[in-house]
Design a protein. Structure first.
Lengths: 111, 119
């Protein structure tokens, strides 16, 4: 079954605004990770939050995790046109570090 | 940061031919590499887990004879699409998990992907 369902599927904002993307999953996890993908490229790791953590920051990124609701959110503050990309959450259930990816959110930041 | 080189970045081939895609970890060793397939505007679908020195583990529904995986060293895994057909056209991405302590090997490092077009 599909783990990691992001919403919204697409998000369009103006430069300087904040962007929030959500991710829900179904089974227990060791950690949840967020990745970014520019069109036609590979994925870049953004941030990892472990199951015993509730919030984590990295630069303009803020990630929250609610294991009781099996959900996570990624907040990008003060967005820039260069943030335009697809963002995926991925869950690590602990089996050989095999990640299961969600469907992704396509973020467009308009200059 | 760790770099994974995937080659080629794009390939066009005729139906019935085989195509080999390479995935190299340039500055770290990777006991485990993963191969994914991605359709346009879709998520990554894990095809197989490649383990150095042993047979790959394929996900359900992925034909192992169709998608041959070889992980001959700690820095190189290859995916060969045999007797390719138009339905095999897709974006293929590899990732590598660094061999090391917990703090270093939880996240994956991805290649830049290979766009395969089978005519």
């Amino acid at each position: 079954s599909q783990q990691g369902e992001e919403d919204p599927q697409a998000l369009s904002i103006q430069e300087g605004e904040n962007a929030t993307m959500n991710c829900s999953y179904k089974t227990s996890i060791n950690n949840l990770q967020w990745y970014r993908q520019n069109s036609g490229r590979g994925l870049v790791h953004l941030i990892l939050i472990r199951s015993n953590e509730r919030e984590k920051h990295s630069g303009r990124l803020r990630v929250t995790l609610d294991t009781s609701k099996k959900s996570s959110s990624l907040l990008i503050t003060a967005s820039r046109a260069a943030d335009t990309a697809s963002y995926f959450c991925a869950t690590d259930g602990g089996s050989n570090y095999k990640l299961t990816f969600g469907k992704g959110t396509l973020l467009t930041v308009n200059p | 940061g760790a770099v994974v080189s995937q080659h080629p970045s794009w390939v066009i081939c005729k139906s019935g031919t085989s195509v080999k895609i390479e995935c190299r970890s340039l500055d770290f060793q990777a006991t485990t590499m993963f191969w994914y397939r991605q359709f346009p505007k879709q998520s990554l679908m894990l095809m197989a887990t490649s383990n150095e020195g042993s047979k790959a583990t394929y996900e359900q529904g992925v034909e192992k004879d169709k998608f041959l995986i070889n992980h001959a060293s700690l820095t190189l895994s290859t995916l060969t699409v045999t007797s390719a057909h138009p339905e095999d056209s897709s974006f293929y991405i590899c990732s590598a998990r660094p061999t090391g302590g917990l703090a270093t090997n939880e996240k994956l490092f991805f290649g830049s992907g290979t766009q395969l077009s089978v005519l």
